[in-house]
Write a protein of this length. Structure first.
Length: 220
């Protein structure tokens, strides 16, 4: 039966009435229009200008054969009151994070540059999702001399490291956390614990250990 059928009345559809010149369809919530949340699978979200897809990212990033490719995301609190900017390095799993009062592109861009500036020599690429908070990606790219790439829309499996990192941070900041009331010191304390935790994927070393070893090798 059609979603547009008028119930408790003779089986006469609004579509047939419209074809006959009637106006029953004007009384429907969608007025005879088919509903498609994503318009044939395409996002209705305004696309970020000059975004570059991860399809154009160097293959060395997927190979994980070098250090310096990062993934960025935001963690929001209930009611969208403030957020955390989280950035993790793909090979070492080394994480940095900052509290921001909003998910605005300005706040997120400022935090991103501040977080990665100390590691500028170790930043080759950054992968982001398509959230509008990353609209100023060109400013980030210029400040860090790094390339920013965007994951495909609605493809969370392409951001597994982000999902895992955010899940670990949620151990310290549950979903009902108001990030406007969280201090940067508290964030850094939680991140320090993550970076001091041995990881199976990296031979049960800690991200801190790998970062120290890599920087020592660069300085040698």
């Amino acid at each position: 039966m059609s979603h547009e059928t008028i119930y408790f009345a003779p089986p006469y559809s609004s579509w047939a009435d419209k074809q006959a010149g009637g106006d029953l369809y004007t009384h429907l919530r969608r007025q005879g229009k088919k509903y498609d949340k994503r318009r044939n699978g395409k996002s209705t979200r305004r696309q970020i200008k000059k975004r570059v897809s991860i399809d154009e990212r160097p293959s060395v990033v997927d190979d994980k054969s070098r250090i310096g490719d990062w993934e960025i995301d935001t963690v929001i609190s209930k009611g969208h009151s403030g957020a955390l900017v989280t950035i993790a390095e793909r090979v070492m799993k080394y994480t940095v994070s900052a509290q921001v009062d909003s998910k605005s592109a300005t706040d997120v861009t400022t935090a991103t540059i501040a977080l990665l500036k100390p590691f500028k020599d170790l930043v080759h690429t950054i992968k982001a999702d398509n959230g509008k908070e990353f609209a100023y990606h060109e400013k980030i790219s210029k400040a860090l001399s790094a390339d920013v790439y965007f994951a495909h829309p609605y493809s969370s499996w392409e951001r597994g490291l982000n999902e895992n990192t955010n899940g670990l941070l949620r151990q310290y900041f549950p979903k009902n956390t108001d990030f406007k009331k969280v201090t940067q010191i508290e964030v850094e304390r939680a991140v320090k614990r993550l970076n001091s935790r041995p990881r199976k994927y990296i031979g049960f070393k800690t991200p801190d250990q790998l970062m120290e070893e890599h920087r020592a090798a660069l300085a040698a």
